[in-house]
Design a protein. Structure first.
Length: 213
């Protein structure tokens, strides 16, 4: 069970039926292909479709302030998340914490063996529209800038939402919607991860922070 607080300080309890991570969701398809080629050079196979829909165990979602990971080479990624509860839709913030040294074996496994932190605060929304493109995303690892971008770099959230509902109908869900490029030349492994989305139609930023053991 996950518990969120919305912008009106109401408590929302969510027991999702489905947890999906959407991968390769960059809006610039040429950049996505470049990323796929870079991963192939590192021994990570190309995905069978773009975007990818990785269905994950619901019980790896967490709101803990500290997570335990199975390998030393893990790191988070800032992601907008959509949360569906009945007819209500919320925007939140999550981290697709991933075991990078396992990606060569299996991208799905590299994701599923790590907890997936989600922030405590959400905003109730209607169907996401073009105004959401102005929302900024950023993350840090051990206090150093790691990612920075905007929703305009990700496939429109409404498109991802439609894809999920086509696959899963009206199930209660958590959907991780993708991330933005790194500011570094490679993955960084650290002890703390922090993320934030802000601007656009958001009256207040949504934040997330956790430590890694």
């Amino acid at each position: 069970m996950l518990t969120f607080t919305d912008e009106q300080q109401r408590q929302i309890q969510v027991e999702p039926d489905v947890f999906i991570i959407a991968g390769y969701t960059g809006r610039d398809r040429a950049m996505v292909q470049k990323h796929i080629d870079e991963l192939a050079h590192e021994g990570i196979p190309a995905p069978p479709e773009v975007p990818m829909w990785y269905e994950m165990p619901v019980d790896i979602l967490t709101q803990a302030k500290s997570i335990k990971v199975p390998t030393k080479e893990t790191c988070g990624e800032v992601e907008p998340i959509l949360i569906g509860v009945g007819s209500d839709l919320y925007l939140g913030l999550g981290s697709d914490h991933t075991a990078r040294d396992v990606e060569r074996e299996s991208i799905s496994k590299s994701k599923s063996i790590c907890p997936k932190p989600v922030g405590a605060n959400v905003v109730r929304i209607g169907t996401p529209d073009a105004a959401f493109d102005a929302i900024a995303l950023e993350s840090t690892i051990d206090g150093e800038a790691y990612q920075r971008g905007s929703f305009a770099q990700i496939i429109p959230l409404a498109t991802l939402l439609a894809g999920l509902r086509e696959r899963k109908g009206n199930a209660n869900f958590v959907l991780f919607c993708g991330t933005v490029p790194l500011l570094t030349h490679g993955f960084r492994f650290g002890k703390t991860f922090a993320a934030r989305i802000s601007g656009g139609p958001l009256a207040h930023p949504l934040t997330l922070a956790y430590s890694v053991e």
